[in-house]
Design a protein around this ligand. Structure first.
Ligand SMILES: [Zn+2]
Length: 181
């Protein structure tokens, strides 16, 4: 019997996966990312920090201010694209600052919690299965009290953090919401 195997995934999940693959391909192309990384444990900000000046992704550098001391700092990948030539001059940002930026942006979202919940419930019922999945995750976190940086939460809700030379930072969520800081 052709139908004797149980369906492993529903058509909605399959469609959501296709849409997510398409989104990642376009995102990678737009920001010159060679391999989309989602290493939540080791490097949660990989493929998530974008240069607002030139559009390339930021990469992580380990700085050693003193022997035995490490600081993870993010800078534009176009900074030293050509050897010995200074490329994009955008500012760098500490990983600990990125964590704070994410928490603050989430708190800013939650200041309008009722409006957010209304919007996400509509998305959840909508025709786009990827958006419905995003909305479900956002609603889950809206129900919790978020006090500390949570890489898992960021992974399922954040599209990217855009860093500008002026100090302006845009936090873009996967449902399309943008928080300017
Ligand atoms: Zn740049």
């Amino acid at each position: 019997m052709a139908d004797s195997h149980p369906a492993i995934i529903t058509p909605e999940v399959w469609e959501a996966v296709q849409l997510e693959e398409k989104r990642r391909k376009e995102f990678m192309k737009a920001h010159r990312i060679k391999a989309f990384s989602s290493n939540i444990g080791e490097n949660p900000f990989a493929s998530k920090v974008i240069c607002g000046e030139c559009g390339e992704a930021f990469g992580r550098k380990k700085w050693r201010p003193r022997p035995g001391e490490y600081r993870s700092v993010w800078q534009c990948n176009a900074r030293y694209r050509e050897k010995g030539v200074m490329g994009c001059a955008n500012r760098h940002i500490d990983e600990s600052t990125l964590e704070q930026v994410f928490i603050k942006s989430w708190n800013a979202l939650m200041e309008n919690k009722d409006a957010c919940i209304k919007k996400w419930k509509q998305l959840q019922k909508g025709k786009n299965p990827l958006q419905a999945y995003r909305a479900e995750k956002l609603l889950e976190y809206a129900d919790k009290e978020v006090l500390r940086f949570d890489a898992e939460q960021m992974h399922v809700t954040l599209e990217c953090i855009v860093i500008y030379e002026t100090g302006k930072i845009s936090v873009r969520y996967l449902d399309g919401t943008v928080i300017e800081m």
